[in-house]
Design a protein around this ligand. Structure first.
Ligand code: PLP
Length: 405
C-alpha cells in the first residue's frame, strides 16, 4: 500500500512547479455536474474541466468503458495497433469529412501534428519556399513551442529562445488582414471556428468562407482547431458542420475523451499520405484505454437528442444570464454557441473576470474565465436543467459579491 500523505493546498505549493495558481479548495469526487471538495462541500460545475467533461463527472458509459478496457489491455505503443483505436478512427471517419485519423494525447499534440503535416505536404507538393503558416491574434493552439508560437499571444512564446519561423498573425474576423499576408508561399491557415481562450469569439460565416476561398486560391491548407469547440460543444458534432465551410485538417481533443486525455488530427487520404512511416509519432497516441473511453463518449454524444439538448441548454443559460444582468448590469453581451458561452464584462467591470471566477467558487460554483474581460461557461453537454438553475442562483450571488467589492 502507498504511504498515507496528508494532502493540502499548501503542499501543492511545496511540491509543484509554480506555473499554476489553482483555487484554494481540492475537489475529491464528482458526479454529473456536481463536485465535492475535501471538506465535503458541494459545487455546481459550469467549467467542465475547461470544456473537457462533456458528459459530466463519472458518466456511467465512460466509467464502464474504462473499467472494461482496464481488465483487457492498457498499452502497446504504435508497434502494434489495437481494437479501440481502429474502432474510434472508423467512427470519426464515418461522422466527419475526414478519411484518415492520427491519434495524440492532447490538443497541443494534435495541432503539432497538423502543422508538421501541413509543412511536409507543402514541401512535397510545392517545394521548400512554401512554409508560411498564418494564424490569428488571440488564438490559442497549445503550449508546445510550435503551437504556442503559432498562437496569437506572443507573451506565451517569448523567453524560450529562438522561435520556429515563417509564422504570421492576421486579425480574426478580418479577411482583409489575412489577404494582405497570403501568397503562394502560404502553406496553411490555422484557426478556431470559435475562439475559446481568446474570449469566446465566434468566427463570422462570411469570414470562415473567405478563409476557405483564400486557401483554395493560394493552395494553402485550412486547419480548423476544434480542440475546444468539437465533439458536440456547439450543438453539432463539430462546429464546422454549422456552415458549408469544410477544412482540410481538423484537430480535436478535450471533450473527445470526456476527461481521459486523448487528441486526434483528422484529414483526407491525399493529405495524410505525406506523413509516411517514421515522419511523426507518439508512444501513447491511440492508447487503448484512451480510445475505449473516447469511443464511448463519441457514441453517447453523437446522437440527435444530445446535440439538440445542447442548444436547448444554451437557451436556458442565456435566459438566466439575461435575468442576472437585468438586475445587476455587469455584462455587455453574451456570445458563443451551445455549451461554450462567454459573458463579456461591461466597461465598469472590464479586467475583472478572475474576481467573478473566485466569487463563484466562494458561492459553490465552478466557472471559468476567457481572458480578463470574459466569464466563460463550458459545462457538461448533458447538465440537468435543475443544475443550471441552481448554478445560476449561485452565480447571481457571486455577481452580487463582486459588485459589493
Ligand atoms: C482551441 C485550443 N487548441 C488547443 C488547446 C490545447 O489543448 P491541450 O491543453 O490539450 O494541449 C486548447 C486548450 O485550451 C484550445 O482551447
Amino acid at each position: 500500500m502507498a504511504e498515507h500523505i496528508q494532502v493540502t493546498r499548501a503542499l501543492f505549493d511545496e511540491v509543484m512547479v509554480p506555473n499554476y495558481a489553482p483555487a484554494p479548495i481540492i475537489p475529491v469526487r464528482g458526479q454529473g455536474s456536481r463536485v465535492w471538495d475535501q471538506a465535503g462541500r458541494e459545487y455546481v460545475d459550469f467549467a467542465g474541466g475547461i470544456a473537457v467533461n462533456a458528459l459530466g463527472h463519472c458518466h456511467p458509459a465512460l466509467v464502464s468503458a474504462l473499467k472494461e478496457q482496464a481488465d483487457k489491455l492498457w498499452h502497446l505503443s504504435n508497434v502494434m495497433t489495437n481494437e479501440p483505436a481502429i474502432r474510434l478512427a472508423q467512427k470519426l471517419v464515418d461522422s466527419t469529412f475526414a478519411e484518415k485519423v492520427y491519434f495524440a494525447n492532447s490538443g497541443a499534440e494534435a495541432n503539432e501534428a497538423a502543422l508538421k503535416l501541413a509543412r511536409r505536404w507543402a514541401l512535397d507538393n510545392f517545394g521548400a519556399q512554401k512554409q508560411q503558416i498564418i494564424s490569428f491574434g488571440k488564438s490559442f493552439h497549445g503550449r508546445t513551442f510550435f503551437t504556442v508560437t503559432v498562437g496569437g499571444q506572443a507573451a506565451y512564446s517569448d523567453g524560450f529562445g529562438p522561435k520556429p519561423g515563417a509564422i504570421d498573425h492576421a486579425e480574426y474576423n478580418n479577411l482583409e488582414s489575412l489577404k494582405a499576408l497570403m501568397s503562394d508561399n502560404t502553406c496553411a491557415v490555422i484557426l478556431e471556428p470559435v475562439q475559446g481562450e481568446g474570449g469566446i469569439i465566434p468566427g463570422e460565416v462570411a469570414f470562415l468562407q473567405g478563409v476557405r476561398d483564400l486557401c483554395n486560391q493560394f493552395n494553402a491548407l485550412m486547419i480548423y482547431d476544434e480542440v475546444q469547440s468539437g465533439v458536440g460543444r456547439t450543438g453539432k458534432l463539430y462546429a464546422y458542420m454549422h456552415s458549408n465551410v469544410v477544412p482540410d485538417i481538423l484537430t480535436t481533443a478535450k471533450s473527445l475523451g470526456g476527461g481521459f486525455p486523448v487528441g486526434a488530427m483528422l484529414t483526407t487520404t491525399a493529405i495524410a499520405s505525406h506523413l509516411k512511416v517514421g515522419t511523426h509519432g507518439s508512444t501513447y497516441g491511440g492508447n487503448p484505454l484512451a480510445c475505449a473511453v473516447a469511443e464511448a463518449a463519441l457514441d453517447t454524444i453523437n446522437q440527435p437528442a444530445v446535440l439538440n439538448g445542447v442548444l436547448e441548454r444554451e437557451q436556458l443559460f442565456r435566459r438566466e444570464l439575461a435575468a442576472i444582468n437585468e438586475k445587476h448590469n455587469v455584462f455587455s453581451t453574451v456570445r458563443g454557441q451551445g455549451m461554450l458561452l462567454g459573458a463579456v464584462l461591461n466597461d465598469e467591470f472590464k479586467g475583472r473576470s478572475r474576481d467573478f471566477f473566485l466569487a463563484a467558487a466562494d458561492q459553490g460554483l465552478f466557472a471559468l474565465v476567457a481572458g480578463p474581460d470574459v466569464v466563460r461557461f463550458a459545462p457538461s453537454l448533458v447538465i440537468p436543467e435543475a443544475d443550471i438553475i441552481e448554478g445560476m442562483k449561485r452565480f447571481e450571488k457571486a455577481v452580487a459579491q463582486v459588485k459589493q467589492g
